[in-house]
Design a protein around this ligand. Structure first.
Ligand code: GLC
Length: 555
């Protein structure tokens, strides 16, 4: 009696985590061909099942025409967010920051301003981890050290005071580990959520995103919450000089290296972008700014050329239904099962928080409802051992991890897609570790890989449409786009797909360059803190000189 042939299994020699990290580090760099992404000839295994799945997942593919119309809709949403009359009803809020570019003067914080030298701290909160970073800025370069602290679900969904106490606690540990006691430590706080920026160092959380739901923080000034928590834990001399979004940190840190950088993009747990907008276009500036603008009439000409960083918060794109024409049933399902139904719909199609889950939902549909995956039949089933095996496999599909929400993490999607054509070692490892499935045939693996590729390609194409929209809006001959985030960093093809599609969507006369910014968001916060420190020092020196002048003119 022929026994069920077991397909080759993933051999786990090192610890699975190390192995995964290693696989991601040695990822398959060669960009895939268009045909691969269309799922037409990715694998030599091309049969009836493959054709059926290919057909069922076509709704995840966006045509050039669809992407161009998404870009147009987004442009209109940006306008609504920028304008005072429509801002309150706009989904994309276009938050002005207090980071301006006004060369020739130190009074306004130009993002090109030279920061002070010295040691600065940065905190980075907004993804799956929390980081404390020490940045030492030197004349020509900088030195960075950082520690990563994990965030439990209890912390991200419990009382806000617990979260801020935890942050302060990590900070104290970091300071003691790096022997920083006794130093005055200016701090930049990267807080990656939608905030109304009241000043450079004060921001009020509008609403949580990315699954955070801590109570007592929405509507509050996060700098005050952080400062109070620090005071509860230590008497260290730490002053919050700046609070900024991760997109802004990325823009600032890239601009520090390349002055053409005018756009900061994050494709990580969530997605968002900020860009430099002409001040006179930002009708919804802070009330204080408006006054300042009107009073400074002598500045009128300068003002026309002045730009400010606008945090778009484009994750909320589509919340008013404008993207429903391209959302699939899997997108609707993800949203319906989320803690913030109807919110962050664009982000839910792109961010690393959801990419694994989106892919899993498609896989479940194909495997359980359509029975086109993991259902390999043995030639003969009269052998008792084979029938038991089959029964066990079916149970596992329905009752096992495959059917558990969020059991496929996005890092495994990256791993699956890093398999070269017709080789499935990584895919088998991902299926085993995520779902406990160890019987996938080559055909199953090819299908899983195609599904993942369609989900991530759609994400990359959506980001491309949004980036192209900003580049066309800025209308600059050459713009550097600073990018950070785990999807961009770890996915083997995200970057190349995005670069290609953005180029197709941007008008011919505007050129751009994607600049990957490793740890840009944290580094940017330290740089802004350093610039703010320098400004304060200069203002104090000027005040002192003035006082001295007054004294000498009196005597
Ligand atoms: C979410 C946040 C946004 C952040 C982005 C990337 O969209 O609302 O502030 O920039 O995630 O982390």
């Amino acid at each position: 009696m022929a026994a069920l042939a077991d397909p080759p299994r993933a051999v786990l020699t090192t610890s699975s985590h190390e192995r995964l990290e290693q696989q991601l580090a040695n990822r398959y760099h060669e960009p895939p061909s268009e045909a691969q992404y269309l799922g037409l000839s990715t694998h030599t295994i091309f049969d009836e099942n493959y054709a059926k799945v290919e057909q069922q997942t076509r709704c995840l593919m966006l045509s050039h025409k669809q992407l161009a119309s998404i870009e147009l809709i987004l442009e209109n949403e940006f306008k609504r967010g920028l304008h005072r009359d429509t801002n309150s009803v706009a989904d994309i809020k276009m938050y002005p920051t207090h980071i301006r570019d006004k060369p020739q003067t130190y009074k306004i914080l130009g993002h090109f301003a030279e920061p002070d030298e010295g040691k600065f701290l940065a905190l980075d909160l907004g993804g799956t981890n929390f980081r404390v970073i020490l940045v030492e800025l030197l004349t020509d370069n900088f030195h960075m050290e950082n520690e990563v602290y994990s965030l439990t679900q209890k912390l991200t969904t419990g009382p806000g005071s617990d979260l801020f106490d935890y942050i302060a606690d990590c900070l104290v540990k970091f300071v003691s580990k790096h022997n920083l006691q006794g130093h005055r430590l200016p701090l930049g706080f990267t807080f990656s959520f939608p905030c109304e920026q009241e000043s450079l160092s004060h921001a009020r959380l509008v609403t949580w995103t990315k699954g955070f739901t801590c109570s007592g923080v929405e509507g509050e000034n996060v700098t005050e919450l952080l400062t109070a928590a620090i005071k509860r834990h230590t008497d260290l001399d730490i002053e919050v000089m700046a609070v900024l979004n991760d997109t802004v940190g990325t823009l600032v840190s890239c601009a520090y290296q390349n002055r053409e950088c005018r756009l900061g993009l994050i494709v990580g747990t969530g997605t968002n972008a900020c860009y430099m907008e002409r001040v006179n276009e930002v009708h919804r500036m802070h009330p204080g700014d408006d006054e300042q603008q009107e009073n400074n009439s002598h500045d009128a000409h300068d003002h026309l050329h002045e730009t400010t960083v606008v945090n778009t918060e484009w994750g909320a794109f589509g919340d008013n239904g404008t993207l429903d024409f391209m959302r699939t049933k899997w997108d609707f399902e993800i949203d319906a099962a989320s803690a913030d139904v109807g919110k962050q719909l664009f982000e839910k199609m792109i961010g690393g928080l959801h990419i694994g889950e989106l892919s899993r939902r498609v896989i479940v549909d194909i495997a359980i409802n359509m029975k086109l995956l993991f259902h390999q039949q043995p030639k003969q089933t009269s052998c008792l051992a084979d029938s038991e095996k089959l029964f066990h496999r079916r149970q596992l599909l329905i009752e096992g991890k495959l059917n558990q929400k969020y059991s496929l993490q996005s890092k495994y999607v990256s791993l699956i897609e890093s398999d070269p054509v017709d080789r499935f070692e990584n895919t088998r490892l991902a299926l085993l570790e995520s779902f406990g499935i160890d019987w996938a045939s080559d055909q199953d693996c090819a299908l899983v890989k195609m599904i993942c590729a369609r989900v991530t390609t759609r994400a990359a194409h959506l980001v491309s449409a949004a980036v192209a929209c900003l580049l066309n809006k800025m209308a600059r001959p050459h713009t550097v786009v600073g990018v950070d985030g785990s999807m961009f960093r770890y996915h083997p093809h995200f970057r190349s797909i995005m670069a290609k599609k953005t180029k197709e969507l941007v008008r011919d006369q505007f050129r751009f360059q994607l600049m990957f910014s490793e740890d840009g968001s944290g580094k940017g916060a330290a740089i802004v803190a350093a610039v703010a420190s320098k400004q304060r020092r200069i203002s104090m020196e000027m005040l002192r000189n003035k006082q001295l002048e007054n004294i000498s003119s009196c005597s």
